[in-house]
Design a protein around this ligand. Sequence first.
Ligand code: AMP
Length: 216
Amino acid sequence: MPSEPTTRLCVYCGSNAGTSPSFAALAHQLGSSLAHRGIGLVYGGGRVGLMGVVADAALAAGGEVIGVITEQLVGAEVAHTGLTRIEVTDTMHARKARLSELADGFLVLPGGFGTLDEFAEALTWNQLGLVAKPVVLVDVDGFWTPMFDWMERAVDAGFVRSSHRLLAQHAHSVDEAIAMATAPVPDVGHKWIDRDVTPPRGTIIDSSALRGVARD
Ligand code: AMP
């Protein structure tokens, strides 16, 4: 029996395959490359769209694949039935929390609203210091270019610190993506939490003591 992987990466991607064959080709290459490197795949547990492609490719190459899916989606019969392990959660929130817990980093392939939600949560949890795990958008055909344009705009408009923008990494190949996702996360500081002034949990504080903590 092969030993358990020491590294697991979470892949977020579309539950549809998209209109260009480039998307499925990228998902296939990623699944198979993870398995060949002995890296475990953690993902949303579906058998449809790019999710199914990445899981099937990793399994075909002998990799470990753990799926985390909600009861509702199992009921809708979109769960993959051939995974190394599948975990079923009650809610989408619990699903994302469990995926985050299992993974050492996040790879985001093209996808729709669900993928965007998952990407944003991984990013904001890093921004808040709740996790320190690399987040990498894996590009093909310039799919993620508008997202990076938006991030620059959000920095210019003063909504995102320029250092936090570095939390979202942009890879243009599977090799680059895996290298980024297995490297230490960029040290960018956290959004509000100043470790020197954050009081112990449960402390009642005068709000004037917080002045200056939320500054950029
Ligand atoms: P999509 O990118 O919309 O095809 O969805 C990709 C993944 O996101 C699938 O695993 C969906 O189950 C999941 N998903 C869809 N909507 C949400 C949501 N509101 N919150 C969290 N995950 C979602």
